[in-house]
Design a binder for this molecule. Structure first.
Ligand SMILES: CC(C)(COP(=O)(O)OP(=O)(O)OC[C@H]1O[C@@H](n2cnc3c(N)ncnc32)[C@H](O)[C@@H]1OP(=O)(O)O)[C@@H](O)C(=O)NCCC(=O)NCCS
Length: 191
């Protein structure tokens, strides 16, 4: 069952989406190594700042997948990193290899690129579906696309995340740009 949630979400639901993120996000993504409690802080932060959450629940009422998107996301991510700098460093140090890789990638992008991407106002922060349930990703993204009708919808995806790239292509997104190991993909809101 598809449900759109803005702002209000129970603690159990926040914990469930954090659990899905931790379990299913691909290796190599820094947030995969965040603890479940820190991911709860992360999701609560964006939900309390007007982002849109679409969830898919199974017959038991448990969330099987979700997508979180919002406006001015780049600013919100910057603010989150500033507000939680120490916690992010602490969490990253628990996976030093991954933290080092992210740092090197960031450093390389500072040296090699001054390019800034012309991105859509409405961006997807994350989308996750439980591995065991088929079609959940399609259901939540279709609901988000209807919700954001008329607006361009953008997202960043690691170039190595072939499954997600194919998924976005299937849903009408196209690759618009490349920056620091990630594709910027967009779906035009013009119908
Ligand atoms: C990217 C992601 C959200 C896509 O979600 P998804 O649920 O796997 O995508 P779909 O809805 O297309 O479903 C996938 C499969 O179910 C099948 N399917 C879709 N609807 C179905 C239905 N109603 N009944 C049966 N099967 C169905 C699809 O054909 C596809 O099959 P395949 O994997 O054999 O090709 C998911 O792979 C994921 O959570 N990845 C980890 C997190 C991640 O990388 N997020 C993106 C970060 S940028």
């Amino acid at each position: 069952m598809i449900e759109k949630i803005t702002r209000v979400i129970s603690t159990d639901d926040v914990l469930r989406i954090s659990e899905l993120h931790k379990k299913n996000y691909p290796d190599g993504h820094l947030t995969k190594y965040f603890s479940k409690s820190f991911l709860s802080v992360y999701y609560s932060y964006f939900l309390h700042r007007g982002c849109t959450l679409v969830v898919d629940r199974n017959l038991d009422g448990e969330i099987d997948g979700f997508v979180l998107a919002g406006k001015n996301l780049a600013d919100l991510i910057r603010e989150f990193k500033k507000d939680f700098k120490l916690l992010i460093i602490k969490e990253s140090l628990l996976n030093i290899r991954q933290a080092l890789q992210s740092f090197l990638l960031k450093f390389k992008s500072l040296l090699t690129s001054s390019k800034s991407i012309d991105e859509a106002e409405f961006l997807i922060l994350s989308i996750v579906s439980d591995d065991n349930t088929k079609g959940v990703g399609s259901r939540v993204i279709s609901a988000l696309i209807s919700e954001s009708a008329g607006q361009d919808l953008g997202l960043y995806v690691k170039v190595s995340n072939i499954k997600a790239i194919n998924f976005y292509l299937r849903h009408g997104f196209s690759i618009k740009n490349y920056i620091s190991g990630q594709f910027y993909m967009e779906l035009s809101g013009i119908v």
